[in-house]
Design a binder for this molecule. Structure first.
Ligand SMILES: Nc1ncnc2c1ncn2[C@@H]1O[C@H](COP(=O)(O)OP(=O)(O)OP(=O)(O)O)[C@@H](O)[C@H]1O
Ligand SMILES: [Mg+2]
Length: 308
């Protein structure tokens, strides 16, 4: 991993005086709608995970909020004093690598090189970003070669590199593309936790979840028995009857996972256009608070702390 740039922006913990969502143990479907208060579901069976930790953000359906979730969750963890590496495992050009600039020199190696060049290490492809404590493994469209050319042992490549990494990173978050191909499977094999973003306003996202669930079960059966679905994030969340039904469906499908409503931000698209995380573009957005709460619940001992 390269040296941190001399000028980086400190990611501050946000003041805790803004109204957070309630924490509940079950998704509430019985209270009359006008009295219904939306809550972050923390099932009694949920246990936060220890660091170092690898989190795959996955959903094979397009546009469910994977990239937004990966970036905002990463910054929320950085604000708690953790060192976080984001991996862009999506060959789409308009993805995380575009949204989050990093200090990769022209022609410098990217994620694809881990799959095709045996000499490359994860440190070689991990670059500082403008935010202190946040690092990026960028990708270019040539990452598609991993799906097209299917290099030897591709599914285990990320796991191999991340398990032997010794670079002081506490949490690695992998942003997967909208497919269940080799790259997403490679992320699931490498991960301890899966976080699944589902659009709270899309019935189709829930339908598509069963294919993802099948893939997770195959990965759990053999290459990675420790994998678990840690959280479902209900993205673009606004209180509605449909959002309530979708929350109920995911809570039933994943009874041991956190269910995290991430409320709608009208400024998220503009933040992407400006190549800024929402956390900096609109720090008071309730969405930012929602990701802060998720960050506090996911990891052991990091629930209350602010940046060191
Ligand atoms: N909390 C939110 N509020 C408003 N819009 C949101 C929210 N979360 C996600 N979106 C919008 O949903 C769209 C898709 O988001 P994003 O790019 O994160 O999804 P994705 O799953 O990574 O997409 P892809 O499958 O193409 O990689 C974006 O236009 C984004 O602005
Ligand atoms: Mg994406």
């Amino acid at each position: 991993m390269r040296e941190t740039q001399s000028q980086t922006v400190q990611v501050q913990a946000l003041p805790d005086d803004l109204a957070f969502l309630d924490i509940v143990t079950e998704w509430d479907t019985t209270t009359p709608y006008h009295q219904w208060r939306v809550g972050t579901v923390v099932p009694e069976t949920f246990l936060p995970g220890p660091v170092p930790r690898v989190i795959a953000v996955a959903n094979q359906k397009g546009g469910t909020g994977k990239t937004s979730t990966a970036l905002e969750l990463a910054l929320a963890l950085v604000a708690r004093g953790l060192r976080v590496r984001l991996i862009d495992a999506d060959p789409q050009a308009a993805g995380l690598t575009h949204w989050l600039p990093c200090a990769r020199p022209e022609g410098g190696p990217t994620l694809v090189d881990l799959y095709f060049d045996l000499k490359r290490t994860i440190q070689d492809v991990t670059y500082p970003t403008p935010y202190a404590g946040l690092y990026l493994v960028p990708s270019l469209p040539d990452l598609d070669d991993v799906q097209a050319r299917n290099p030897v042992d591709a599914q285990n490549t990320l796991r191999h590199h991340l398990r032997k990494a010794d670079d002081g990173i506490d949490v690695t978050i992998i942003d997967s593309g909208p497919s269940l191909g080799t790259l997403t499977v490679s992320a699931l094999v490498a991960a301890h936790d899966v976080v699944i973003p589902v659009q709270a306003s899309s019935g189709l996202d829930v339908v598509g979840m069963s294919a993802l669930n099948d893939t997770i079960e195959v990965v759990q059966a053999r290459p990675n028995p420790e994998l678990r679905v840690a959280a479902v994030v209900l993205t673009d969340f606004e209180k509605s009857t449909l959002a309530r039904e979708i929350g109920d469906a995911v809570a039933q499908a994943f009874p041991d996972a956190l269910i995290v409503p991430a409320r709608t931000s009208v400024k998220l698209g503009s933040a992407q256009l400006q190549q800024m995380p929402l956390r900096f573009f609109d720090p008071k957005a309730t969405t930012v608070m929602d990701y802060d709460r998720a960050a506090g619940l996911l990891l052991v001992g990091r629930g209350q702390g602010a940046a060191a």
